[in-house]
Design a protein around this ligand. Structure first.
Ligand SMILES: [Zn+2]
Ligand SMILES: [Zn+2]
Length: 335
């Protein structure tokens, strides 16, 4: 099969990815193999390519928003029929026995495996996964729209929940990429007033089109105090900015897997009055099932920017340079 690999992690303009030939992966016990149709492009792929996330093994295939059709089943795999349309997401294995797994917080598992980091992902013609970590996908979303739900959708949903926003509350979103545009729509569905702060003028336009109450520049103050904020941009300098924008008792939820260093906080303005800050670490399978169900109910409008499979490196460069509004997706299957 043809696959993109992280060959030499480094700045995206130094071409860290290479397109290579690989043997097709064989599904092991309890696993299914997908013929990949579409794979979403996530900022985590960029962190991996640039070495912000140290690669877990050489020449790993990135990509963890995978939509495909089951074309082979390993021994004992019975959950999906051959031909079934399923999704593979970031979390692909948990130990099931650590204290966090046992109490239902499998996103905090001490021995997890992640797609496109520990094991090969979906920038390739085939991908395998344990069937218990695969997702059935809602019929109303074509492949291209379903893919971004599998990470940016799920993480946006979890980050929103961790922000503690109540129905009708005031939410601030810092950064407006794929994950933010899902979270904003879910918040709007709950009658929230959503304020977006982002340096991209095109993203500000998309935010207003989706019904957000205001859209300002990245470091601007929102027009009213916030009950909750979510930091989507991987920019630690925005933490104090967002904390100052919170009303008493407000929470800042940091959505990313990687963040530049956070400057010193000023207690009186940025933490006192019971403000909180929290992070989002992966997701549980239940988060995934809930988001996919919610996606139909809202319904989520998934704004995608398609790229040919051969243009994966270009997609990551465009993401790095803020040239993508919405969610980039690779069209892996051509025939
Ligand atoms: Zn565990
Ligand atoms: Zn992701």
């Amino acid at each position: 099969m043809r696959a993109w690999v992280v060959h030499r992690a480094g700045p995206i303009d130094t071409y860290p990815l290479a397109l290579v030939g690989r043997p097709d992966p064989e599904p092991g016990p309890g696993q299914v193999r997908l013929r990949v149709e579409v794979c979403g492009v996530c900022r985590t792929d960029l962190h991996l390519a640039e070495g912000d996330l140290p690669p877990r093994h050489p020449d790993v295939v990135p990509g963890h928003e995978i939509v495909g059709r089951v074309d082979a089943r390993g021994p004992g795999a019975t959950r999906f029929d051959i031909g079934a349309r399923v999704g593979i997401a970031w979390l692909r294995h948990t130990c099931g026995v650590c204290a966090y797994c046992r109490r239902g917080d499998e996103n905090l598992c001490v021995a997890p495996r992640f797609t496109g980091w520990d094991d090969d992902g979906g920038y390739a013609e085939f991908a395998v996964v344990e069937e218990s970590f695969a997702y059935r996908l809602p019929n109303d979303f074509p492949d291209e729209q379903a893919a971004p739900l599998l990470c940016s959708g799920i993480i946006g949903y979890r980050a929103l929940r961790r922000s503690g926003l109540r129905p009708g509350g005031r939410l601030g979103g810092y950064g407006f990429g794929a994950s933010a545009h899902h979270a904003a729509q879910i918040a709007l569905h709950g009658d929230a007033a959503v304020h977006v702060m982002t340096r991209s003028a095109e993203a500000r336009r998309l935010a207003l089109d989706l019904g957000c109450a205001s859209a300002g520049d990245a470091f601007d103050a929102p027009p009213e105090p916030l009950d909750a904020a979510i930091l989507f941009a991987p920019v630690g300098e925005l933490v104090p900015v967002a904390m100052r924008a919170l009303d008493r008792g407000g929470t800042l939820s940091v959505a990313g897997i990687h963040l530049t260093d956070v400057p010193q906080l000023v207690y009186a303005d940025e933490l006192f009055e019971e403000k909180s800050i929290t992070s989002t670490t992966a997701n549980t399978r239940r988060d995934g099932e809930e988001l996919l169900e919610l996606a139909t109910r809202v319904p989520l409008h998934v704004h995608t920017v398609p790229y040919a499979f051969d243009a994966a490196a270009e997609a990551l460069r465009d993401l790095a340079h803020d040239r993508i509004t919405g969610a980039a997706v690779l069209k892996v299957r051509t025939g």
